[in-house]
Design a protein around this ligand. Structure first.
Ligand code: ZN
Length: 320
């Protein structure tokens, strides 16, 4: 196809500065051929020029606009993706830091978390999400059992027993970790007791363990090398939610019984409805060695009786 006869395309700027493709005159024009032919050719060229100009303007404008737009939106998308990725990375790092710190700090916060020798209470074990669970709705709740219920190796709890109300202690009293919970009726007396202890000069007391369910106790029991110091599942009164282990900052388990705070608790816990559940001189009856940190809520009346008569809960149950 001969170029001269077909004309050629040229670019020029229109009034608005848009590049427009136009068909120029063929080199052959005006060089010969009949007038009719050249007129026909000119008319055809003009028509084509108009058509093409319309298409071209449309095409160029679209291309330029969409090109810029898509380019801009592509950059915006990339920026958004980078921001999202950065956000996810920061969040993941924060979670990792919290997990690592909690792993490092937990053993120091809960001296008995490891369940050392002589302890039947490997407290401070994670129990999962806390918060108040509310009414159990089942037959095995504290509504069916009184506060003086005897739980030991010979009197296990049903597997599905749990307190009617379980309360997260984290925002109420000092705790070793966020999973520490207790039965609802224990919360106020426990708070009052710890506040009074602090007023009496025994600051730094905190709760290392409260409610533990059957499965948790089973896991602790399975993982303990020495079974003689751990209650089998169902036999721990932590499952009632009425027992709490209390420790003092900077004092280890072995020394807690010699700390003045321990003496204060022994002399005053009954005023708040608690008893030292495993006294030093009652191991042969309770089956548990002395645990100055383990307090059991039994209500003020029974606690006072046990304190004044110097009897443990097994003896109280027997005399009842
Ligand atoms: Zn305990």
């Amino acid at each position: 196809m001969e170029h001269g006869k077909r004309g050629y395309w040229e670019f020029y700027a229109d009034g608005e500065g848009n590049n427009v493709i136009s068909r120029g005159r063929g080199r052959g024009d005006g060089r010969g051929g009949s007038r009719r032919k050249s007129e026909r050719r000119a008319a055809m060229a003009s028509r084509e020029r108009k058509q093409h100009r319309r298409r071209t303007i449309y095409f160029l404008d679209m291309d330029r606009e969409t090109g810029r737009r898509s380019s801009e939106s592509r950059h915006a998308r990339m920026r958004t993706r980078k921001r999202i990725l950065a956000g996810i990375t920061v969040a993941a790092l924060a979670v990792a830091c919290v997990l690592i710190i909690s792993k490092i700090v937990a053993p120091y916060m809960a001296p008995d978390a490891g369940g050392g020798a002589g302890s039947s209470e490997p407290g401070g074990m994670p129990l999962g999400a806390g918060a108040t669970i509310g009414s159990a709705g089942g037959s095995n709740s504290n509504a069916d059992l009184d506060m003086t219920v005897l739980v030991n190796a010979w009197n296990p709890l049903p597997k599905d027993y749990r307190p009617a109300v379980i309360t997260d202690l984290m925002e109420i009293v000092a705790v070793s970790d966020i999973s520490v919970r207790a039965a609802g009726e224990v919360v106020q007396p426990l708070t009052d007791m710890l506040n009074s202890a602090e007023d009496a000069g025994h600051a730094g007391l905190f709760v290392t363990s409260g409610y533990r369910n059957y499965d948790e106790q089973q896991r602790i029991y399975k993982e303990s090398a020495d079974k003689s110091y751990v209650q089998p599942p169902g036999c721990s009164e932590h499952q009632t939610g009425l027992a709490v282990d209390i420790m003092k900052m900077g004092v280890n388990m072995e020394s807690f019984g010699d700390d003045p705070a321990s003496d204060w608790l022994y002399e005053n816990s009954w005023r708040y409805g608690f008893i030292v559940r495993y006294p030093r001189d009652k191991s042969d009856i309770t089956g548990i060695s002395y645990e100055p940190w383990h307090f059991r809520y039994v209500g003020k009346e029974v606690a006072k009786l046990c304190y004044e008569k110097n009897i443990c809960l097994e003896e109280y149950a027997e005399d009842k």
